[in-house]
Design a binder for this molecule. Structure first.
Ligand code: GDP
Ligand code: CA
Length: 335
């Protein structure tokens, strides 16, 4: 079975680990009939100290490769911060983004390869040679796309990098607009559209619907390709609130209510065939989308594997139901 997953950072990475467990994918993925291709969000990427940092790709890579700081959900295990302290001692900005020493090595390798002319997809593949995440990890695009946020503070009205808004201001400054700089001119990275076209099903983990999944879908061509497949998503919103992070601030910025129902409506029936909501949201109905309630907290490996299994099972069930096997086939995809 060929599965494609569109992933942001922590929510995506944890879901993927559950999906691998549900499919019995151990370290040796050659022994499994299933393949997982992950299309990772690069809208959060930022250049710091001359280094290109890809937080979501790295969170997936470290988590699936066994190198993540589990308690925190991102960054490396057993991390130290000597370089960060030394940079601060030189008065270097920014100081609000946490880059550890081990993590720095990843960004140095990436910067060096990119300076030598390798595209991000080739760099990601090279980094994964070390981490062996057991999935094919593709950036959504090799082009530079960055999410910026329009805010107003005492310095006036201006767009700041998503990370400055999210990490430095903890998304507390109201976002007037969320802008995918460069998205309209981007092309999907090599292999992305092919993987979607060849997929049996596409799964949307409980990743941020605006700045993670939304950024991926905004790369021209990806939304249309995904809409042609059987797609099942897992709600990142439980009982009207994000499980962690500030997805509510992102949803508010695009005029979507913070609820499992509103997020499914935002994706829409052209894109989404099935939607898993938590038991707290039992009774949620969305026109044109099959909604099921399941425990959606990825609290331990067993619960996470069970929720990934439920998403996959619903996708396979909905795919069976379609005579053509492709729910979107023959209908105009929403642009
Ligand atoms: P980020 O890039 O690290 O912010 O991560 P993602 O975009 O992948 O996902 C963050 C989203 O995952 C947030 O909106 C959280 O609400 C959601 N999330 C985190 N943990 C859980 C969980 O255990 N269950 C569910 N259903 N959602 C979760
Ligand atoms: Ca992210």
């Amino acid at each position: 079975m060929r599965i494609v997953v569109l992933a942001g950072g922590i929510g995506g990475a944890r879901f993927l680990r559950g999906l691998k467990a549900a499919l019995g994918m151990g370290a040796d993925t050659t022994e499994n009939d299933s393949t997982i291709t992950v299309i990772g969000n690069t809208g959060d990427d930022i250049t710091l100290f001359g280094l290109r940092v890809c937080p979501d790709l790295d969170t997936v890579m470290y988590t699936l490769g066994g190198g993540a700081n589990e308690a925190q959900g991102w960054g490396r295990a057993d991390e130290t911060f000597v370089v960060k302290e030394e940079l601060a001692a030189y008065g270097m900005q920014p100081t609000w983004f946490g880059l550890g020493d081990r993590d720095f090595a990843t960004h140095i390798v990436r910067a060096q390869m990119m300076a030598a002319g390798y595209p991000l997809s080739a760099v990601t593949s090279a980094l994964c040679d070390r981490w062996k995440p057991g999935v094919r990890l593709l950036p959504m695009t090799d082009d530079r796309v960055e999410t910026h946020v329009l805010i107003e503070d005492d310095q006036g009205r201006r767009a700041i990098h998503f990370q400055e808004w999210w990490v430095r201001h903890r998304a507390a400054l109201p976002a007037e607009q969320i802008i995918g700089a460069g998205a309209a001119d981007a092309t999907p990275a090599p292999g992305v559209l092919e993987a979607i076209d060849e997929a049996d099903v596409v799964l949307l983990p409980p990743s941020n619907p605006v700045v993670s999944i939304g950024s991926i879908l905004n790369v021209p061509g990806i939304r249309e390709a995904v809409a042609r497949k059987t797609v099942v998503g897992v709600s990142p919103i439980i009982g009207g609130a994000p499980v962690r992070g500030h997805a509510d601030a992102c949803l508010t910025a695009i005029g979507v209510e913070t609820s499992a129902e509103a997020v499914a409506e935002h994706y829409g029936p052209e894109l989404l065939d099935g939607w898993l909501v938590d038991e707290a949201d039992e009774g949620t109905r969305v026109k044109g989308i099959e909604v099921r309630s399941r425990p959606l907290y990825m609290s331990d490996p067993e619960a996470t594997a069970a929720l990934a299994r439920a998403a996959l099972d619903l996708a396979l069930e909905l795919k069976e139901r379609e005579p053509s096997g492709e729910p979107g086939a023959g209908t105009e995809a929403r642009s």
